[in-house]
Design a protein around this ligand. Sequence first.
Ligand code: F6R
Length: 369
Amino acid sequence: EKGGYDYFMLKEIAEQPKAVADTLLGRIGAEGQLTLDELRIPPQVLRMVDKVVIVACGTAFHAGLIAKYAIEHWTRLPCEVELASEFRYRDPILDARSLVIAISQSGETMDTLMALRHAREQGATVLAICNTNGSTIPRESDAVLYTHAGPEVAVASTKAFLTQLVACYLVALYLGQVRGTKWADEILAVVGDLARIGEEVERVLETMEPVRELARSLAGADTVLFLGRHVGYPVALEGALKLKELAYMHAEGFAAGELKHGPIALIEEGMPVVVVVPSPRGRSVLHDKIVSNIQEIRARGARTIVIAEEGDEAVVPYADHLVRVPATPTLLQPLVATVPLQVFACELATARGNEVDQPRNLAKSVTVE
Ligand code: F6R
């Protein structure tokens, strides 16, 4: 049932191109309009929404952090993202004009369920983005968008994450469509990019041998740091989470701009630091700033592992290890940039003799608060 792979995680990583395509299936009309009728939220309700709040845990929370960039950019609605476990204890400000999006692979995560119950009590509309048909979170929500990633067995989430991102992009575009901040031609362009992403992910998967080799060489490291900016920042957090849960290593993700405010003090001779580099085309200011960050940490002894777009030559002199990902529009880069980090964590866990599919102390669905 592992389809020839040693671990479910490897199988699920390999299934990502198809999973991403399946999330898009049947949701895009001939003229590029999104047909999310399954949402069952009347357009007049969506037009009334004045803020979006995303609640989720772990990897799903990281998908939410990325979704915030897309939602704010494409809809101009303010969007907050909050750890589901913190949400209701803070007495959040919600009303009938709030759209709460609960993201969950299993649909059974108690923290997320309690957060959405709280939101509904305050009169908010709750949309679930979920992978498990008929699970509790979609049943208790006003509407659901299923990710259709297929069953995810490995405890560490991989294909569910990529499909959560695609679902979030679709919701963001749909909100833009209904509210008139995003026009059919623009939506069509993004949808076209999304439709191509499966192939890009496939190409990344085909070039992972050097990443596996690198991971094996780092089996003895104590700490790995991850840096990113913009949507690359949640990708860095996700890379660090994967390493913690699978390799049982100390790993931290930082926003690269925060380095100088503290974390740079951690850098020691030989410390591996993974840097997710934004496209030099889109937000070139951020690109240039992160290239300076790479120079700074390298000057302090870091061993730099740089994830950069094909054709980005500026990073070459400062990369001890260079991992190439295909050029994508800025907001979609997490779909390709996360993949090497999944492979990296999986291989490092294997090299350390850990159980990849069943990491210690973890369960696939966390049904206690
Ligand atoms: C990480 C991981 C967890 C889950 C989190 C939420 O690889 O699997 O962090 O993402 O427990 O689970 P769901 O999405 O089922 O609500």
